[in-house]
Design a protein around this ligand. Structure first.
Ligand SMILES: Cc1cc2nc3c(=O)[nH]c(=O)nc-3n(C[C@H](O)[C@H](O)[C@H](O)COP(=O)(O)O)c2cc1C
Length: 212
């Protein structure tokens, strides 16, 4: 079989095997695995290649419990050996904007005249301007989170996306600066459950229309 086809199959397997895991073994997650998860996040695509994702890796039991309390007490958050607090650094949108635009020019997306007209070139670093990037940042960090979730499957680890949380309260617990916006939580550990696949709508249901 063609090597490239095998790679595609592996990705499909990871997608098919991934479940939201809400019960974890107490075994610690080795540091090299955590590094692998960060590497997976790092490889995610992002708009204009701003790479806004930042992660706080929480291993401390007391801190995990505080975060859990600010996330409607979802019990598995403090039970997982690792709790990733996934954030967007909004300042990335005001940094290296010329370099980022040059990357798009080099990729043939725009011509060099884009330096005169591209709206993202002169982003001011004040809090209000940066706040406008939150929806964009959420999407980008979400991509990195899913990279983590899929890489975790291939390492035998389980994860769960968690967005039911009081982000501001968690930011206070972690003493985060204003430009770091929490987009989600992701517990990580070896699964202590093997849930059946959860139902999905059909392909037919998700294709709204085909325009030929
Ligand atoms: C953006 C997002 C937010 C989620 N938030 C939570 C959450 O706060 N708590 C939770 O237990 N599961 C959460 N989930 C997990 C979903 O419930 C789960 O993905 C869905 O039921 C499908 O199950 P599966 O992941 O096992 O396929 C979230 C998933 C996503 C993608």
């Amino acid at each position: 079989m063609h090597e490239r086809w095998l790679e595609v199959l592996d990705i499909k397997m990871a997608m098919m095997e991934r479940r939201s895991i809400r019960k974890y073994k107490s075994d610690p997650v080795p540091d090299d695995m955590v590094q692998e998860l960060m590497e997976a996040a790092r490889l995610a695509p992002s708009g204009t290649n701003h790479q806004p994702w930042r992660f706080i890796i929480v291993k401390n039991q007391g801190v995990k419990e505080q975060i859990q309390a600010a996330a409607f007490n979802q019990k598995f958050l403090s039970q997982a050996p690792i709790l990733l607090v996934c954030c967007a650094d909004l300042t990335t949108y005001a940094k290296d904007t010329r370099k980022r635009l040059q990357e798009l020019i080099d990729a043939g997306v725009f011509g060099p005249e884009a330096f005169d007209s591209y709206p993202g070139i002169d982003v001011v670093k004040d809090a209000n301007t940066l706040k406008a990037f939150v929806p964009h940042a959420m999407l980008n960090v979400g991509l990195a989170m899913e990279h983590i979730a899929l890489r975790a499957v291939s390492l035998g680890l389980g994860t769960c996306w968690v967005q039911l949380m009081k982000a501001k309260q968690i930011a206070q617990i972690l003493e985060l600066p204003e430009h770091l916006v929490i987009t989600g939580l992701m517990p990580v550990g070896f699964p202590d459950q093997n849930p059946a696949p959860r139902p999905r709508v059909s392909v037919q249901d998700i294709v709204y229309k085909v325009i030929e």
